[in-house]
Design a protein around this ligand. Structure first.
Ligand SMILES: N[C@@H](CCC(=O)N[C@@H](CS)C(=O)NCC(=O)O)C(=O)O
Length: 213
């Protein structure tokens, strides 16, 4: 499989973790999101994903966009280890945690949104960090409580790695990039400290990717 990604992209980070957990052979195609390269806007890349977003997963002739869809595809085609519980209720609860991150937190600190704040609303680094911190903070306050209720202190949900864990580690990385105060979220931080040492997570870390600056 081929994963189109960029070391700092937290959505690509999720896909890297899942590919590693599943133990499939995969290679990385680097898409430099930074200006002036801005490879996500090239005609060639838009032919692959008209959204102009990474990650993109290519499996043979199949092209998949949206990290959560590709992770569920991997989970269905490579069932071990499962990233979603089988029973409907825990399955929905894990998805809810993952979606809280992928739909409600992450889009507000995506590059194109932050660039828009800079270009159209004249925000500097401090303004951009305050924006990102606000939305990450609102999301993390809820997740901290949910992790205390639903997790075991090492996992966001239950006692094994799930899709929710695949999402929280990259989102905490993003929070650190934007200098968020993470002290109010001791449960989330303990979970990420544990997960970050698992080989599949460790190998997916941004600083270990070939395009890391
Ligand atoms: N919901 C999408 C989000 C993808 C996304 O936002 N990717 C970012 C990097 S984390 C991107 O490609 N940004 C390019 C840009 O903003 O121009 C997913 O989960 O795959």
């Amino acid at each position: 499989m081929k994963l189109y990604g960029y070391f700092r992209s937290s959505a690509a980070y999720r896909a890297r973790i899942a590919l590693n957990l599943k133990g499939v052979a995969w290679e990385q195609v680097l898409v430099d999101l930074r200006a002036p390269a801005s490879m996500q806007h090239t005609r060639e890349f838009r032919a692959l994903n008209p959204q102009g977003l990474i990650p993109v997963l290519v499996d043979g002739e199949a092209v998949l966009t949206q990290s959560l869809a590709m992770i569920e595809y991997l989970d269905e085609t490579h069932p071990e280890p499962p990233l979603l519980p089988r029973a409907p209720l825990p399955r929905a609860q894990v998805r809810a945690l993952a979606l809280a991150i992928a739909c409600d937190i992450h889009p507000l600190n995506n590059l194109r949104v932050l660039n828009y704040l800079r270009e159209k609303f004249a925000q500097d680094d401090a303004g951009v960090n305050a924006w990102a911190g606000e939305w990450i903070g609102r999301g993390f306050r809820a997740l901290e409580l949910q992790a205390q209720r639903l997790g075991d202190g090492r996992h966001l949900y239950g006692d094994s790695v799930t899709l929710a864990d695949v999402c929280i580690v990259p989102q905490v990385y993003n929070a650190q990039r934007y200098h968020c105060d993470l002290a109010p979220y001791p449960t989330l931080m303990a979970i990420c400290a544990y997960l970050g040492n698992l080989p599949a997570f460790a190998r997916a870390a941004p600083q270990l990717q070939p395009d890391a600056a």
